[in-house]
Write a protein that binds this ligand. Sequence first.
Ligand code: TV1
Ligand code: CA
Ligand code: ZN
Length: 380
Amino acid sequence: EHGITKPKGYNVSFHYNPDMEKHHFGMTHPMKPWRLTLTKSLVSAYGMNFAMDNYTARAATYEELTSFHAKDYVNHLATVAPQPQPLDMENPNPDLRFNLGGSDCPLFEGLYNYCSLSGGASLDAARKLCANQSDIAIAWGGGLHHAKKAEASGFCYINDIVLAILQLLRIHARVLYIDIDVHHGDGVEEAFFSTDRVMTVSFHKYDPSNFFPGTGGLEDNGPKSEHNPGAHHAINWLFETIITRVVEKFRPGAIALQCGADSLAGDRLGKFNLLVQGHSSCVEFCKKLNVPLIIFGGGGYTPKNVARAWAYETAIAIGHQHDIPTQIPIHTPWRDRFKIDSLLPTIQQILGEPRQNRNTQKKLSEIVQHVMEQLRFVGA
Ligand code: TV1
Ligand code: CA
Ligand code: ZN
């Protein structure tokens, strides 16, 4: 009697594999694949699965992984032995092949399986869009935006987003990538630096000396060469104003949206101020653009908040955000883990005292101004 039904002629697909959550980065590591279990439990408790096509994602094949990643890197990932003990920030490993085995990217049991499952879900999602069988395809297990061609970085080993965008490019002339994780989407940006068929827009906290990965400043708009068609196709930072103009100029055939939930208030790593309402309004905005949309997860280090955001964003995708009760259903597994029984807690409930907004109006208009100038170089 949840009243959640499927809208006629509008398809949402949900790509998920419960095996992903069984993997552990280590006790003290902030990345908890278990947050996907919590997300799925909320999505199911609300009955949202009745309004979508649900798929158990398969693992990406070696051929699929090497459609972007270097073979020697993927071979190493497939064969390397797990570390006997994970390292932490106090005990770094001085000799890292492919940046693997340090504190950020530990070599844990089943790593290759974890990577292939994340990649497989995002690839399945992309293929549903390409086959015109979904209008919105969701892969919360993906969004691992820091992974490079032959290097792990920032909790990311395989860049499932790049794999998915490469699929979308088979069908679509131009793909827009948007990234609302609190960190800079450097791996996706770098992968498409020299093409004008993918525009990457990352919103993030930028503080080169104190915040990972330190890239993604305003001047970082793609290599500035007359002969590089990728120039001016990487713009960072502010949502509606910017995305509206970007879409007008770039006219993407599909949009790939990374929804890292570490930009939410109360995140263990992010230290940002967004409510689920603000974070998810980005999803709502992208949905209204009426372009095939693929949605990925990403960061998010306070599992209860991650689950709230991704469940609410799933509700937006299926168009039920206004008719679901904001009280978390009684029969939700692990309901006590949510502490506050609302799906949409207030800033007072999360932080007590809200954080000060240290972006000045002047700085914000400078950013918009700068982006608008860059956009003069984009499109026909
Ligand atoms: C083990 C145990 C690892 C505790 C890592 C926070 C830990 C961090 C840990 C951590 C941590 C980072 C750096 C330092 C660069 C390194 C999924 C000089 C309490 C997409 C990745 C952030 C974010 C990496 C990933 C960052 C994503 N912050 N405790 N590590 N070196 N790494 O700063 O964008 O969300 O913090
Ligand atoms: Ca970002
Ligand atoms: Zn992040």
